[in-house]
Design a protein around this ligand. Sequence first.
Ligand code: ASP
Length: 588
Amino acid sequence: MYRSHHCGELRISDVEKEITLSGWVQKSRDLGGMTFVDLRDRYGITQLVFNMDDNEQLCSEARKLGREFVVNCSGIVRERSNKNPNRDTGDIEIEVTSLNILNASQTPPFTIENDTDGGDELRMKYRYLDIRRKPIQENLIFRSKLALETRKYLDGQGFIEIETPFLIKSTPEGARDFVVPSRLNPNEFYALPQSPQTFKQILMVAGMDKYFQIVKCFRDEDLRADRQPEFTQIDCEMSFVTIEDILQTFEGLTKHLFSSMKNIKLSEFPRMSYDDALALYGSDKPDLRFGMEFHELGDLAQGKGFSVFDSAESVIGIVAPGIADSYSNKDMKKLTEWVQRPQIGAKGLVYVKLQEDGSIKSTVGKFFDDEALRTWAERMGAAKGDVILILCGETEKTRKQLGELRLEMGRNLGLMKDGDFKPLWVIDFPLLEWDEETERFHAMHHPFTSPKQEDMDKMLSGDHATMKSLRADAYDLVINGSEIGGGSIRIHDRALQSKNFDLLGFTKEEAEAQFGFLMGSFEYGAPPHGGIAFGFDRLNAVMNGQSSIRDFIAFPKNNQGRDMMIDAPSPVDNQQLDDLHLSMIPKD
Ligand code: ASP
């Protein structure tokens, strides 16, 4: 028998029991007459004791145990004289009577404890050792339970989990496809799904009514820190629904997940239009754990002879509360340099300090007297002790820069509190986005998204000038500044879908070749439908207040999209290339 209990199980009530445990050696301490070994498994750590006086041979065997050796032992549960309140098994220890080494281990390349000295790449290369660490195990266990709770909730709402294929044809979600050559069809390729978008819509045409899937998606993007080429979505679609039905259903799912997983009761999610989000926070995914909304100051600050303001399209400010006296000139200089970094790109920072003693100090004091500055403060609701921070320039850029500065101030002032969760629905996204580089429209969400009913005629008119103003029935769920999910009401009419492809620059032939199957299905009784997908990896990270999704993925890839453990991608042999009709690839 390998074990009668696991390593996190034994308590004071088990004292005097004869037990058997198996696990890994976390640590051993040799105190001369006594040797202590911490034995670890997924469930916890139990202390083993070997006493030289009782059994010399056993004790000397124990001394030979190295870190991460796999052992099996039997013994008697004893009460510890020196209890460890930080451990569930801290009241007891095992007086070992027999010890069996099941496998030896090399010295691990990093410490396998809650805090490790291993760098990211090393941890990914030896992921099996990294996963032995409690924080990673806890993340994976959390993830497993989150998937289970998702299934429970959606099942309760009548959703059916349906698998869709991985070897498909391109689905445009705005990234490149990973392609897979077909051996049986020379020079033809499958694409791995960027999402099951077209299949879930087809399932609605097929009458399945409510679909979901916890599913891998693949996007060949340049990898930013928090992106993975393969990631998981909670993907959903519903028939005969309005936006309201979808927001209610997935607000319900989110509330259920927070209450079942974290015992947090979220109240009703606020909603904000895309335009308001940009005007108030400079971002379509604002972090609402703190305020610091934007205030337009153009009408107060322009035309008063300060040319930097006068030549700007927008002058916008935020109020950083309570720092007038604590932020020195040096701090303000640092902040100015921060906004001037190329990543932010502001030309400069104007500030107005409303000092505690009632005086005002400002970088633009030469151009604006105290009375003028006080009207700004009044507009912005700024009080004594606050600092007004102002950026100006082209509206879109300025909003973005000020949005970054707002977040930086939120971080600096500790306003983004762990354990505080502020969900938000961002709605009324634009349908199309103009791409300066390619000089064409892109779908802001994806090409299957429906324009708002009231913009339908405008869209059908095809007048390019008005296209930028088209609004979509699209929405995002944002929590604490992270986009958790997004979706839309779909087009279910062939002519409208075809018009949309038109606007996006597809020729009729291209649209037919790529999406003929979907448009074809619309001719056989497609119901009105809509859906959403949640980024499952990110949801895990955000619910745990962590910024990286990597530690919630058992085997993540690095920033170059490499799996460091199995060393993929890697070359394949010539025969394999020949079989796939890819022999034209130069061989070395
Ligand atoms: N397929 C979309 C995505 O992956 C989600 C949706 O529209 O349902 O973002």
